[in-house]
Design a protein around this ligand. Structure first.
Ligand SMILES: Nc1ncnc2c1ncn2[C@@H]1O[C@H](COP(=O)(O)OP(=O)(O)O)[C@@H](O)[C@H]1O
Ligand SMILES: [Mg+2]
Length: 511
């Protein structure tokens, strides 16, 4: 007998329907064959499904020739998510279950016990099923939270194969998941409050500007000056995400398999801090069926690269194009996928090898030519994409020990959130979707929203800066974007001289 069951694949961040056909016929020599570009995990599905069916009190069709076909045939099928549709197909084809499943998709890995395990990409797969008119989705119970974010399709959390069989037979119906957006989740992170960082007002202010406008920033200072500590406080001031941004980020984490079990919507902006040993693929994404890398996991949030010069320059190099385009394209022989990668880069570095170049208390022991060579380790084109540079000096011990608490993160976060709202309103399009920041402005927008908004006093400051600092066209645009954010933080439509002066301060000082 032949059974047809629908399932899904994920390509990039999008789902695609996969048709699973199971044909069972009596045979002297029993065989089980999987056809349709299956990878090893799909091949091994045969063994898991056999054990799961037997251990669920159901009957496996022995003495049969079983053919499992996955279509479309030219799409590479990977991972264990086809276990559940294959098992369902076997129960139907063997006549143990009689049910109409034309309007349903099945997703899930099977343990040998018959328990259903979570799989990656459930959110985009269920969304696709809904778009294709499916009415029901049978998903692993651990993935039900993300699946229930999709409207217009009934989601059934499945704990085990036996309960799925009982549901299809109509004997014990499964309860449908409650559609919910209120079941939110936060990414795990340890957050430092700005109030716990003593002094460093200049660095905190630069971080506030970067967070508000989505700008790239580099902190430069000797070891122990608190660069890592400051970075840990960044998540506490990032602006809230819009509903659309939350959905987009949740989809990415679903595909990466990084949503905690039972999780719904991610509401906190991502903050990623990969180690400096991160590989090329780990940073920008990769694999035969490409998966998102750190730059995509940081989409709509912050990518923090601590000790920037420790990173392999070749790895940093692959980040350059995505930083410009805010997307990353990964090409493979048969397919090419594009992931979003719109993040603010925040980096930290020592000013030189020994770390004390420019320090007022400790002498730098590096030969002068090594100092500039150290700074050149970060390639010019990457430095070219940094909007703010800030020097972090060590806070003297006496000051650290007196410990007067600084401004709490909540107060900074409120300013950042307000400035971000101003930007979203400014860049809103007709359909109301405009998660664009000042850092994202195209040249024409810089002209419209920054250059022509300067007061006469600001124009005077700008003219002086262009002359004295030898500002390139690129540098000119960068200063204007940062000045726009400084003015937004001050609640000012016009860019006035102090706003511009602050932005100019954040330019790189090349020694
Ligand atoms: N401004 C500060 N306020 C509070 N603690 C600080 C400050 N600066 C440094 N520290 C302390 O010194 C430690 C080292 O700081 P860290 O952020 O690791 O420095 P860096 O990354 O610049 O080498 C921190 O864990 C913290 O305990
Ligand atoms: Mg550090």
């Amino acid at each position: 007998m032949l059974a047809r069951v629908l399932s899904c694949a994920v390509i990039g961040l999008d789902g695609e329907l996969v048709e699973v056909e199971v044909d069972i016929s009596r045979a002297q020599n029993p065989t089980t064959t999987v056809v349709g570009l299956p990878d090893t995990a799909v091949q091994e599905s045969r063994e898991r499904v056999r054990a799961a069916i037997r251990n669920s009190g159901l009957t496996y069709p022995f003495n049969s020739r079983i053919t499992i076909s996955l279509a479309p045939a030219d799409l590479r099928k990977e991972g264990p998510a086809y276990d559940l549709p294959i098992a369902a197909g076997m129960l139907l084809a063997s006549g143990q279950v009689v049910a109409d499943v034309e309007d349903a998709v099945f997703l899930g890995e099977l343990a040998l016990t018959g328990d259903v395990r979570p799989v990656r990409g459930v959110l985009p797969m269920v969304a696709l099923a809904r778009d294709r008119g499916m009415k029901r989705a049978f998903v692993p119970a651990a993935n039900a939270g993300e699946a229930a974010l999709v409207r217009g399709i009934e989601v059934f959390p499945v704990e085990g194969l036996a309960s799925l069989a009982a549901h299809l037979l109509g004997s014990v119906p499964l309860p449908a998941a409650v559609p919910s957006e209120s079941r939110t989740t936060d990414l795990p992170d340890t957050i430092t409050d700005f109030a716990d960082v003593v002094g460093q007002e200049h660095a905190k202010r630069a971080i506030e500007v970067a967070a508000a406008g989505g700008h790239n920033l580099i902190m430069r200072g000797p070891p122990g000056s608190g660069k890592t500590l400051l970075a840990r406080a960044i998540p506490s001031i990032l602006p809230p995400m819009t509903a659309a941004e939350s959905m987009e980020v949740t989809r990415i984490y679903s595909v990466a398999g990084l949503l905690p079990s039972g999780a719904g919507l991610i509401t906190r902006r991502p903050f990623r801090s990969p180690h400096h040993t991160v590989s090329n693929a780990g940073l920008v994404g990769g694999g035969s069926m490409p998966r998102p890398g750190e730059i995509t996991l940081a989409h709509r949030g912050v990518l923090f690269l601590d000790e920037l010069p420790e990173f392999d320059p070749r790895v940093l190099e692959v980040m350059r194009q995505p930083m410009e385009d805010r997307i990353v394209t990964i090409s493979r022989a048969k397919l090419s996928v594009t992931f979003p990668a719109n993040f603010a880069l925040i980096g930290s570095m020592n000013p030189c090898q020994c770390g004390f170049y420019g320090d007022p208390d400790t002498d730098c022991t590096c030969p002068p030519q090594l100092v500039s060579r150290y700074q050149r380790r970060i390639s010019g084109p990457l430095m070219d994409r940094i909007d703010l540079f800030v020097d972090v000096r060590r806070v003297p011990y006496e000051k650290l020990s007196t410990a007067t608490r600084g401004e709490p993160s909540a107060a900074v976060a409120a300013r950042v959130a307000a400035a971000r709202e101003v930007q979203y309103a400014r860049f809103a399009t007709a359909d109301g979707r405009a998660e664009r920041t000042n850092a994202d402005m195209a040249p024409a927008q810089v002209r419209e929203f920054a250059q022509t908004q300067m007061t006469p006093a600001a124009e005077t400051v700008m003219r002086l800066a262009v002359d004295r600092l030898n500002l390139s066209a690129r540098g000119f645009h960068r200063v204007l974007k940062v000045a726009r954010t400084v003015a937004d933080l001050a609640g000012s439509d016009a860019i006035d001289a102090p706003h511009l002066a602050e932005a100019i301060q954040y330019r790189e000082r090349t020694e």
